[in-house]
Design a protein around this ligand. Sequence first.
Ligand SMILES: *Cc1c(COP(=O)(O)O)cnc(C)c1O
Length: 362
Amino acid sequence: MSEGRIYNFSAGPAVLPEEVLREAAAEMLNYRGCGMSVMEMSHRSKMFEEIINEAEKDFRELLNVPENYKVLFLQGGASQQFAAVPMNLMKHGVADYIVTGRWAKKAFEEAQKYGKANKIASSEDKTFTYIPDCSDLPISPDADYVYICENNTIYGTKFWQLPNTKGKILVSDVSSCFLSEPIDVKKYGVIYGGVQKNIGPAGMVISVIREDLITDDVFPGTPTMLKWKTQADENSLYNTPNCYCIYICGKVFKWIKNMGGLEAMKKHNEKKAKILYDYLDNSKLFRGTVVKKDRSLMNVPFVIGDDAMEKKFIAEAKAAGFENLKGHKSVGGMRASIYNAMPIEGVEKLVQFMEKFEKENR
Ligand SMILES: *Cc1c(COP(=O)(O)O)cnc(C)c1O
């Protein structure tokens, strides 16, 4: 790690691979001899066309995206898709939502503006510390889709098994587990994620949408920009996209490919999470807050159970170079987000620090 850099456990915007940042820095003033920065070039230029095409190609390769799915680089973040999903998909005005956290709840509330959104399962009764059994849910016969948030960034839970949608289209917000492991794209109608958790800078969402779901038959009054067909017809270049973000994401895709792709990424992430969870399970001071079988590999919430002691821990950790360990304001305690770009030694050193803190404060 470079001099002066800290270990950043932020939930998002989050840590990026240092190699990527260094490469971008080297290309900042003069991108590949064109005499300007990527920030300064036309999104209609040949140079940028190559950047976006290569980014899409690498993304498709990594996630093994089938031919009949479009990959869109869109603005407005993941939150914008909370509205775009019902606007584009609620042909019968009905959808079923599984509410496993704050982001799923926000999506559910947004969908109610455009049709009948049903909450068919929830884990709110236990502060979202588990994933409900989704093997036999009361799926609405006329539902246009079933919606999940696959990795719950704030609460640290993850769907390790997709819900049985009884033949309905599955829509998944994968913001905080995007490209952290291989997935079978064919099982979904729509996958989308804000890139600032695991892939790049903030302000963009990547949506992977099955082609037959991209139509002119959208909610009346849907803004041109929110209609997937507008964006798909123009290859994400209907208007000026977030060019620099696409460029950085492209570099992160190359970085993941160099690391060995998503299988290797998954192993890397499992290894890191195990180091932290094993320690939490044996600690007499700290404990994880999530039902074990539903634990996320990306976001690890934990508590001491004593406000003053938690404040002390967060302050001392910060002083020691471990940043952004404070839990989300809605849950308190601590949370370590250990996305793709967090190196193993970052987690090892955090655990060493926690061990030391435990010895000093028991
Ligand atoms: C961060 C996050 C969002 C919101 O992303 P924005 O890009 O800020 O809109 C949505 N869903 C999940 C799961 C998230 O982690």
